[in-house]
Design a protein around this ligand. Structure first.
Ligand code: DAH
Length: 398
């Protein structure tokens, strides 16, 4: 049973409990998660697009492959690349699995985001689950209408300060579809490229000189097709795939007289470079020290935290008179313990009803960034902290 559904096993079944444990996490919908912050940043470039963010990742092989005209013998269908429930049901490998659904929804412009699943190598930038966002736009297949839409877009959206490298031309290796008029494709392709370039400009708002490179690509569901790469801090990143939607897909959705574009992009890699997150597994950690660093709508640099266990010690004392400066105390602890102190937190503040003396209790969290600390060594430091507080702040230790 998975999310209330039962899937008969067969020789295709290869989903694992580990991968199934991820399907309800929905990182792209957790407001503080960088994956969700990036999703919203992308969405903000497509204000008038309908947003589908809650489609189940459990899809049919028809949705994931057949509807997109991915050939029966295509390597991307193999058991070694995908998580199958059985021969007909799979964890989606891309958000493109929802293209037909979106096209049939009656919406002329839409985005689909979600978790996608691929069996892959394991390293700091690969994880069996990642997130994508898909964008689809279509309009009447009519030169005049296409021209109007393009003009409107170019007035609304700017692509200034981009160093654009685009020497792609539509040619037989990356062709027009025979059913299309070249003029119409040129217009929809320009519309696509302008939409993408302006989105990228906004995502990398802080980069004064952004290099964006368009290269020819191939996807069964688009023609012509392109990939877009960005130069960020000296490295070329592949950010998305896109193209003019295969007309057979439009026709399947009963949109024979329309022409459209689509793109699909991964969110992890963008989030990793923009937030400076070094390891893809961090997006999945339930450690509050990760998630609490982020807030919706904001891109800030990730501060690494230790993967070693803490050693917690409390200290309490009666203070003399009523003057107490917490910052001075923190400074003192840092002076004694150095970088081994992670947090200092007041956990009790008590005034004796009879004597009127005030007692404070602080919890000191010791932890190293690069090794396990022993209780013995921390005891020595803690003793040192106690003695120094007593001597310098004139308190009575409890
Ligand atoms: N689905 C493709 C992938 O996961 C990305 C993609 C390419 C999506 C081209 C599209 C598209 O919508 O038009 O690699």
């Amino acid at each position: 049973m998975v999310n209330g559904q039962r899937f008969p096993r067969d020789e295709w079944t290869n989903v694992t409990p580990t991968v199934l444990s991820k399907i309800n996490r929905k990182l792209h919908l957790q407001p503080q998660n960088p994956i969700s912050i990036i999703r919203q940043l992308i969405e903000s470039n497509f204000q008038d697009f309908q947003k589908f963010n809650n489609h189940s990742p459990i899809v049919t092989t028809k949705q994931n492959f057949d509807d997109l005209f991915i050939p029966k013998d295509h390597p991307s269908r193999t058991k070694s690349d995908n998580y199958y429930f059985n021969k007909d049901v799979v964890l989606r490998a891309h958000t493109s699995a929802h293209q037909i659904q979106g096209l049939m929804s009656g919406s002329r412009k839409f985005l689909v985001s979600g978790d996608v699943y691929r069996r892959d190598e394991i390293d700091a930038s690969h994880y069996p689950v990642f997130h994508q966002i898909e964008g689809v736009f279509y309009t009447d297949n009519d030169i005049q209408q296409l021209g109007t839409e393009l003009k409107q877009l170019q007035e609304d959206k700017k692509t200034t300060n981009i160093q654009l490298v685009d020497d792609t031309v539509i040619k037989p290796e990356n062709p027009y579809q025979t059913c299309h008029q070249p003029e119409a494709v040129d217009l929809i392709a320009t519309h696509l490229k302008h939409s993408i370039n302006s989105m990228i400009r906004n995502i990398f708002a802080d980069e004064p000189n952004l290099k964006v490179r368009w290269i020819d690509a191939y996807f069964p569901f688009t023609s012509p097709s392109w990939e877009v790469e960005i130069e960020y801090k000296g490295e070329w990143l592949e950010v998305l795939g896109c193209g003019v939607v295969n007309q057979k897909i439009m026709n399947q959705a009963h949109l024979d007289d329309k022409i459209g574009w689509a793109f699909g992009m991964g969110l992890e890699r963008l989030a990793m470079v923009l937030f400076g997150i070094p390891d893809i597994r961090l997006f999945w950690t339930e450690d509050e020290r990760f998630i609490n660093q982020f807030e919706p709508g904001k891109i800030n640099k990730f501060m690494p935290f230790s993967k070693y266990p803490p050693c917690i010690k409390d200290i309490s004392f009666w203070i003399s008179e009523n003057k107490w400066h917490e910052n001075d105390f923190c400074e003192l602890v840092r002076g004694v313990a150095g970088d081994l102190v992670e947090t200092v937190e007041l956990i009790d503040d008590f005034t004796h009803p009879k004597t009127n003396r005030r007692s404070l209790c602080y919890r000191i969290n010791y932890r190293s960034m690069d090794r396990n600390v022993t209780n013995e060594e921390i005891n020595i430091i803690q003793e040192n902290v106690r003695n120094t507080v007593r001597d310098e702040f004139n308190v009575e230790l409890r």
